[in-house]
Every structure is written in structure tokens, then in C-alpha cells.
Ligand binder design. Structure first.
Ligand code: KIV
Ligand code: ZN
Length: 512
């Protein structure tokens, strides 16, 4: 029988420490309910002494969920523990997570203390917490850089004081996987009462090794993992829940299992990203936009022949509808035939396919990626895709004015200008474009990312625009975020093939 790995989700505590990503209580409760449906075992709901908002969130999450243990973080300080206990009063199952620094860096430079005094404080905190709850987790902060012999003494002492889970955080993301695994093994072999507690991995990603370290911890006897959705968290983030869940599901040889319903992973990842306004990098493992997208001819051919040639996880297993075969100038005939088949253009002879492929390459050279309508145009040749270009974008905004945008576009060689108001400058500009194009399109997703730090830098906008039940992706880059947004919107429109007669605006002039 495989061992159970307890999944301790800290999206709402360590994850929420990301600058600019704070959530309100209602949003946290919504995420907590979804975490319960995902099947996490423990939800770290906050650090109640840190703010009245955090206190309220732990209180409300305790009321909202039933199955998972609700956990509250504290320092090794009596007042913290009292406040945490109060915030957990409605929890069906509750845990206090208390702890103190274990590395000499923390002992000397954070606490100005000694190893002996720190152990005394650790014991006192655990005993105090046990007055309020039976389930006490102890964290040995910066255990990643702590001396293993001292760490073992500390762990033994806090287990004797009543801690039932021992968290070994690699707080600074310093450890190599083998080093972290050895640390767990050392504790398993050198702490006399270790059988009375579960060892937990809490790894940060400063060197990109959080997931590898957590797996090394499991391989050496840890049975709880502390993770966040999308790997969000302090600095470079925490171990990502989806990566650990899917590694365990994929590698049966680890001989462990979790209670995670992997089919809900993508939905929750999107929810957290949207609520925290934190875009997911496109190449993020498991949940990134490109995680199941194949674009090179060799890979596309392989996936079409047998999905497992290039995919170790089925997209449906994480709640993604299907893999995507992206059509670009690097795609081969297999990918083209696959998409034409899908659109109903079946049974093309090899000569017909060859001829279509040559025309496809001509089109693909001029476009970054091709969509279904491009293929229809290629096959039926009746609707020329409309070429929309941006001439000018001007916005007037600032409180208390209502933003107004004037946009001038050239559509198939004819220029048009329209103005519109909106609830923000981007909204106004998009509405002005809509007035020219004269079609009903819905902005489904709008993500802005700075290309690098600094306010003088370029911003990148990614949009998903829905038109007649189909989604079109658009990208735009500019120093001006409104301009980048209009570029992204027009990029999406250029992938739609509506006839130019739809343009409602009066023509300005014939472009030369
Ligand atoms: O990274 C860390 O050490 C922590 C502890 C507070 C558990 O987040
Ligand atoms: Zn942490």
C-alpha cells in the first residue's frame, strides 16, 4: 500500500505575501472553498496576529470549510498563539503552526540568542499552543541552512513538548535536492521520538529547486508537503501544488499518493491567477498556456500519431480540455491535415494537401500563428482576412474626467476614425475600435505584464477575445499600456475573418 502525502496548502498565507497580490476576506473564502473541493488536507488560512484582515479571514475560512484542517501561523510568542486560537474558534478541525529560527544566522542575527535559549522558547511555544489545540505544527525556520545535529535536538524537544507535525523549511531556497533529502533522512534516523510526528517539506524556489527539494524530502520520509497554487509566494515563490500533485500521480514508483482531484487543478490555477492579478508564465509546468501546446513540426507529427510520444500527462487529467497543435510557419503537413480534418475538410489527396500546404506556408510566414478562420479562407478562398492597421490612438483621462479615446484605423486600405468613452482608458479605446469594426466581440481575458522592472519600460498585453463562440488570442507590446492594449485587440481582430462590409464607421480617406 502506498503512503499518503498530506497536502498543506499555504496559498492564502505564504502565497499571499507576494507584493500587490493581497486578497480580501471574501476572495480568500472563495479560494478556500475551492481548495476543499480540490482535496487539500490542510489550509493555512493566515497569520492572525499580523492584521485584523488576516484574523477575519482565518475566522471566516474556519466557518466556510469542513473537511480540511484550518491552520493559523504564529511566532513563538504567547500573544500570537492566543490570537490564532481565537481566530480558529469556529474551525471544525484546527491547527496552530508555531515556530522559531533554527539556523545560526537566525539565532545570532535575528534573535541575538543562543541555541539553548531558542530550544527553550520552541518548547514553551509548543506547550502553550497545546493548551488550545491538539494539533500543533512546529516550524524550524531556515532549517535548510541549520546544523543537522542541532536541528535534530530541536525537533526531538518539540515533539516531546507535543508537536505532531514538524515543518523543515528551506526558507531561503538554499538546499540542493540531495542535501535537503539527506536532512530529512538524518532527522528520521537521529530523532528518537520521530515516529510520533509527521515531517513536512516547506521549500522556497530561490534557486528554482523547490519542487525537486520537496520530492527529495518525500523520497527520504517526509509525509506532508507545503505548497501553493501556481507556486506563488515570497520572492521566487514556494513549491507549486500542481507540480507536486502531478509528479506523484505520474511517478507511481514513488509509491505515495495524495487526495488531490487533479481535474480541478487548472480551474483553481486560473482562479488564483485572476484573483491575485498575477499572470501565469506561459511555460509554467502543468498550468502555463503552452504546457500542452505543440508548435514544431516534428513534435506535432509525433503527438498526432500517438499523444504519449510528447506528452507525459493527459491535459484532461488537470482539467484542460485538450492539447493544442499551434499552426505556425514551423508546422508540418501532419498538423495542417489534423486541423483541416477537424474543421471538416476531410479526405484531401496528398497532391491537394501539398498544394494547400504551400499556400499555408505563404500565409504563415506573414502571421505569427494561424487560427481556424485562416484555414477556412485557405480552403474556400472567398473571405480575404481583413487587414486592420492602427494609425493613431489618443486618450484623454484622469479623475474626475470620464476617459475618452479616439482611434484611427486603416481597414483594407481605407482609414476610419471613431471616439468612445469608457470606464477606463483601455475600455474607451477598445470601444472606439468596436465602433469602427462594427462587430460584437467580448474581451474574455486581459493580462498586462511589464517586460522588466521600472515604470519607463515596455508593457506586454495578452488578450482573449470572443467572437461568435470562438476565442482569438492577441498580443501587443508598447511603452504605452493603452497602445499595447489596442495592438493586442487589433491583433486578435486580424485573426478573425469578417467581411469588410461590416465596418460601420464613415471612411476618412483612401490610404495611399
Ligand atoms: O519559509 C518559511 O520558513 C515559512 C515559515 C514561517 C513556515 O514560511
Ligand atoms: Zn515560507
Amino acid at each position: 500500500m502506498s503512503d499518503k502525502i498530506y497536502v498543506f496548502d499555504t496559498t492564502l498565507r505564504d502565497g499571499e505575501q507576494v507584493p500587490g497580490c493581497q486578497l480580501n476576506t471574501q476572495e480568500k473564502v472563495e479560494i478556500a472553498k475551492q481548495l476543499e473541493l480540490l482535496g487539500v488536507d490542510i489550509i493555512e488560512a493566515g497569520f492572525p496576529i499580523s492584521s485584523p484582515g488576516d484574523f477575519k479571514s482565518v475566522l471566516e475560512i474556519s466557518r466556510a470549510v469542513r473537511e480540511p484542517v484550518v491552520c493559523a501561523l504564529t511566532r513563538a510568542v504567547e500573544k500570537d498563539i492566543e490570537v490564532a486560537a481565537e481566530s480558529l474558534k469556529y474551525a471544525h478541525r484546527k491547527r496552530i503552526h508555531t515556530g522559531i529560527g533554527a539556523s545560526d544566522y537566525h539565532i545570532k542575527y535575528k534573535f541575538n540568542s543562543t541555541r539553548e535559549q531558542i530550544i527553550e522558547r520552541a518548547i514553551a511555544a509548543v506547550k502553550y499552543a497545546r493548551n488550545f489545540v491538539d494539533d500543533v505544527e512546529f516550524y524550524a525556520e531556515d532549517a535548510g541552512r541549520a546544523d543537522n545535529v542541532f536541528l535534530a535536538q530541536m525537533v526531538e524537544a518539540v515533539i516531546a513538548a507535543g508537536a505532531t507535525t514538524i515543518n523543515i523549511p528551506d526558507t531561503t531556497g538554499y538546499c540542493l535536492p540531495e542535501m535537503y533529502g539527506q536532512k530529512i533522512r538524518f532527522l528520521k534516523e537521529n530523532v528518537a521520538n520521530i515516529d510520533r510526528a509527521i515531517l513536512s517539506c516547506h521549500c522556497h524556489n530561490d534557486l528554482g529547486m523547490a519542487t525537486a527539494n520537496t520530492i527529495a524530502g518525500i523520497q527520504n520520509g517526509a509525509r506532508q508537503v507545503e505548497v501553493t497554487i501556481n507556486g506563488i509566494g515570497e520572492r521566487a515563490g514556494n513549491t507549486s501544488l500542481e507540480e507536486i500533485a502531478m509528479i506523484i500521480q505520474t511517478h507511481k514508483d514513488l509509491n505515495v499518493h495524495t487526495n488531490i482531484n487533479s481535474k480541478k487543478i487548472y480551474m483553481l490555477s486560473t482562479l488564483v491567477s485572476k484573483m491575485m492579478r498575477m499572470p501565469i508564465q506561459p511555460n509554467k509546468a502543468i498550468v502555463g498556456r503552452n504546457a500542452f501546446a505543440h508548435s514544431s513540426g516534428i513534435h506535432q507529427d509525433g503527438v498526432i500519431k500517438h499523444r504519449e510520444n510528447y506528452e507525459i500527462i493527459a491535459p484532461e487529467d488537470v482539467g484542460i480540455a485538450e492539447s493544442s497543435i499551434v499552426l505556425t510557419a514551423r508546422s508540418g503537413k501532419a498538423a495542417l491535415r489534423y486541423h483541416l480534418d477537424r474543421l471538416g475538410y476531410k479526405s484531401l489527396s496528398s497532391e491537394q494537401l501539398e498544394e494547400t500546404y504551400q499556400r499555408f506556408l505563404g500565409l504563415a510566414d506573414n502571421k505569427k500563428d494561424l487560427c481556424d478562420n485562416d484555414l477556412r479562407v485557405l480552403m474556400e478562398g472567398e473571405l480575404a482576412p481583413q487587414q486592420v492597421e492602427i494609425n493613431h490612438v489618443q486618450v484623454v483621462c484622469g479623475k474626475p474626467l470620464q476617459p475618452v479615446a479616439t482611434v484611427e484605423l486603416t481597414v483594407d486600405g481605407v482609414s476610419y476614425r471613431e471616439s468612445a468613452t469608457g470606464n477606463g482608458p483601455v475600455n474607451a479605446a477598445v470601444r472606439a475600435v468596436d465602433r469602427i469594426i462594427g462587430e460584437f466581440m467580448v474581451l474574455e481575458e486581459f493580462l498586462v505584464q511589464a517586460m522588466s522592472r521600472g515604470s519607463g519600460d515596455e508593457g506586454k498585453v495578452h488578450m482573449q477575445v470572443k467572437y461568435r463562440d470562438q476565442l482569438y488570442a492577441g498580443f501587443g507590446v508598447d511603452e504605452d499600456i493603452v497602445m499595447a492594449s489596442v495592438k493586442a485587440y487589433v491583433d486578435a481582430i486580424n485573426k478573425m475573418a469578417f467581411a469588410k462590409k461590416n465596418v460601420k464607421a464613415p471612411a476618412l480617406e483612401k490610404a495611399s
